[in-house]
Design a protein around this ligand. Structure first.
Ligand code: BJW
Length: 242
């Protein structure tokens, strides 16, 4: 069961100028991309993301971590945007200022045409040198797993943000600024457990934004939300832009 869109929210959105949306893994769930805190399927069910998405895990077992990302990269490459991604493209046309901030690394927002995207946790399709941090576009297939950096011979890794690593400074700064100026802030498909991304709705609230959450399950943010639209993003967001 999904909740109907409350008329007070429709009125609030009609007069909103600055709208900020923060998305998490739940927005890609209906595209078949598993979320982080749900049980992982298949080959990787024995590991939790917290055990694999850290620099320590990569140092200890680079082959395992590289192969985990390789598996996810293939899964994501086959995934298609779902109605939530399309509705967010429509939302960007509806408001004078619209900022889409995502924690997702799958790049699915870009495919249907969302264009003002802040990617807080990087992008799984990019690769960088573990040693020097430089982005690497291509490398020789020498059979090494992970492959070696063509410049320094160090390991290559995905250009994503692991636990204990800082978020990209410019992206975090832009996300903070937009959140502080938001009239309406949407938190969609995120458990709100991972910081500093999880602090963005609180920044918005502290600056008097209306907070809207879209999620089938409650999160630590739910008690603070002005509107909790309970249900899948792929059902609720298309209703919202109708
Ligand atoms: C649906 C749905 C449907 C299902 N529709 N919804 C302050 C307090 C406490 C701890 C910390 C703190 N500050 C920093 C920390 C430590 C740490 C942290 O937050 N730990 C917590 C776990 C406690 N943070 C960090 O380490 C960060 N770095 C940092 O702070 O650095 C500081 C530093 C400064 C200077 C020098 C050095 C360091 C980095 C965090 C990086 C997170 N990276 C990951 C992996 C990315 C790469 C990859 O993809 O492998 O990002 S972890 C993972 O979690 C991924 C996600 O983006 C992120 C958030 O997950 P998300 O999106 O919320 O997914 P789920 O699965 O948790 O939730 C899905 C939700 O969808 C659920 O609610 C479902 O109900 C819902 N849902 N279907 C709508 N159809």
């Amino acid at each position: 069961m999904t909740s109907p869109i409350p008329s007070e929210l429709v009125d609030t959105l009609r007069s909103a100028n600055r709208v900020v949306v923060l998305t998490g893994a739940g927005v890609s769930a209906e595209s078949g991309v598993p979320t982080f805190r749900d049980a992982q399927t298949g080959l990787w069910s024995q590991y939790s993301p917290e055990e694999l998405a850290t620099p320590r895990a990569f140092r200890q077992n680079p082959k395992l971590v590289w192969e985990w990302y390789q598996w996810r990269r293939e899964l994501v490459s086959k995934a298609k945007p779902n109605p939530a991604h399309y509705a967010l493209v429509e939302m960007q046309e509806l408001f004078p200022e619209f900022t889409l901030i995502t924690q997702n690394v799958d790049g699915l927002h870009r495919l249907p045409g969302s264009n003002i995207i802040i990617e807080l946790h990087g992008n799984i399709h990019r690769t960088k040198c573990f040693q020097e941090g430089t982005i690497v576009e291509s490398w020789k297939d020498t059979g090494d797993v992970p492959p070696k950096c063509p410049d320094c011979g160090g390991w290559l890794r995905p250009d994503v943000v692991w636990f204990e690593e800082p978020l990209p400074e410019a992206e975090l700064e832009s996300a903070m600024k937009a959140s502080r100026k938001a009239d309406v802030f949407f938190s969609i498909g995120t458990s709100g457990l991972v910081y500093p991304a999880a602090s963005l709705p609180h920044e918005a609230l502290n600056h008097n934004a209306t907070l809207v959450e879209i999620n089938p399950a409650p999160t630590p943010l739910t008690p603070k939300a002005d509107f909790m639209l309970k249900g899948p993003a792929g059902v609720i967001l298309p209703e919202l832009v109708k």
